[in-house]
Write a protein that binds this ligand. Sequence first.
Ligand code: NI
Length: 195
Amino acid sequence: MYRLFPALALTLALPLAACGGGTRSEPPLAGARIGGPFTLTNQDGQTVRDTDFAGKYRIVYFGYTYCPDVCPTDMAKIGQAMKQLDKEAPRAAAKVVPIFITVDPERDTPAAIKQFVANFHPRVVGLTGSPAAIAAVAKSYAVYFKKQPPGPGGGYMVDHLAVAFLMGPNGEPIASLPIDKDGPAIAEQVKHWVQ
Ligand code: NI
């Protein structure tokens, strides 16, 4: 499991406006090459494109349902943040869609993902796709993942970057949410950026 903060690596590629303008409202990931078009399949087997989320903020997290600990923990934090926002800031919460994208498309069928995401929040959209489509979308979000050799029972782990991106209503990157902290910390950041 990797928790490298991608903004560090991105800093070099960012325009100077992020630190030169002195505008506190500039999102940390403004201008970063994160995100892009995708065509995937949701937990109900329907085709979903990035453009289907136009006008919505998105919390994008990559993981896999067989993940023994970190993915379910992180998704629980996102779910907790969403439940808190539903109560404290319902108008903002209604503009946010949490999106779980699998890095294990071989095992994560729509049915498996449906069962998984239902644990966290009713509005989580779970996405899977062909191995090529998953590789492409992970690459566009700068999310590293690698299937590990199978263990004696045939099961395997997938190493992956554990990061939750907050994306804006036009699919633009805004910030990396504090997934290493807790639900309230994530909710606070979402409230800060969602208008
Ligand atoms: Ni995981």
